[in-house]
Design a protein around this ligand. Sequence first.
Ligand SMILES: C[S@@+](CC[C@H](N)C(=O)[O-])C[C@H]1O[C@@H](n2cnc3c(N)ncnc32)[C@H](O)[C@@H]1O
Length: 417
Amino acid sequence: MSFRWHPDEPPPSIEGHSRAKLRVLRSYLRAYFDRLAAHLPRDDFKLDLVDGFAGGGTFLDGKAIVSGTPLIMLEESESARQRLNQDRTKPLRFDFKYYFVDIEEAHTDHLKAALNERGYGADDERIVIRNEAFQAVAGTIIAEIRRRQPRAGRSLFLLDQCGFTHVELALVARILRELPKAEVILTLAAGTLVNFLAETPAIVQAVSPLDLSESDVHDLVQAKEGAGGRALVQRVLREKIRLATGAAYDTPFFIRPERSRRALWFLHLSRHPIARDVMIQCHWNNFSTFEHYGSGDFNMLGWDSLRSTESLRLFHFDELEAEDLRVRLLKTVPEELSALTSEGPITIDAIRHAFANRTAARFSDLDSVILQLWREREIEIWGASNRPRSHKLRHLRPHDRIAIPQQLRLFLTGAGQ
Ligand SMILES: C[S@@+](CC[C@H](N)C(=O)[O-])C[C@H]1O[C@@H](n2cnc3c(N)ncnc32)[C@H](O)[C@@H]1O
């Protein structure tokens, strides 16, 4: 759905899934700021926040005015500054810059008025507002971020497009390539896209920003009409998006649609496993908002043994799921580890990398399952000394290595039967 803002009119009324999206963004920013601040080398906290499809800044929720994405970025930055400085003797210096872009002049005018009402003056150098297409200004924004932060380019891009055709995946790839510590949150009307898919020249043209060729569209249409159904299409799309953007990690969860049955994807793309873990933690914190298909262990968006989305198990991020997920992981992780360690022990870091895109588990869930398997002697944990550890172990370190005892490996691979 597309919202309209005008500086002389009240803001548009918010809808269910936008409300959910704003809640998750707020909670993600909170976790993101806290996690970044915990690893800062100095007392300088430098970050660039880009809202590429910013809208007019506010919504009506009943009679109340509520903040949209650009205001949420500002509010959460300020509350992080207060929270993170609470117990510090030497204050953490926040050096944040914000870029708010919208193609509609009436929308940026509404946003300017909303900022002004909240005390952000037009001369505030931290805030840049651009009334242009995001694609047209993205290069300048990337260059400016690199000028401010030549090495890391630490930044968060929110690309909250309406529909699925406004953000070229090649542009997302460029952001992640040129700014190594960038993260991108992309919304995508996946449900509408799947409905819309057909092998006509107009549709092939319309989906070209998603890097889908004519033969990709052909394959997707075949998949949609075949046994895998919509779930298979979504799974293929997810792979395509990750490959086309060069993101090593993604979390592809659906915002639960309240009225329409069309799923909205809230995709988080990054090149860092920690960033993915912060996002997945958010899904767990906002359990009533998100869902995905599959069992949660190693079968995310799974369809293999099931025929269609209707018969697929819906995964809800709640405590019952957490317990069920743990039980499933205890069964499936040994086999996964057996395959991963076939050439020798591998590090916890490498295991996280291998599992991240396939499971709804947080790293803390995986760690606790690995520790339990170790206590039950199903796996060995090797420390720096190159020998299996035997003393009490509470936490795993990224460089600890996991090995499967030889006898158990024979059993897991079936050779011992
Ligand atoms: C879903 S709304 C954004 C809502 C906002 N993120 C929020 O939740 O507060 C999408 C916005 O993108 C703008 N837009 C559409 N195409 C654009 C483009 N190519 N570049 C920048 N903005 C665009 C629209 O004018 C609209 O204001």
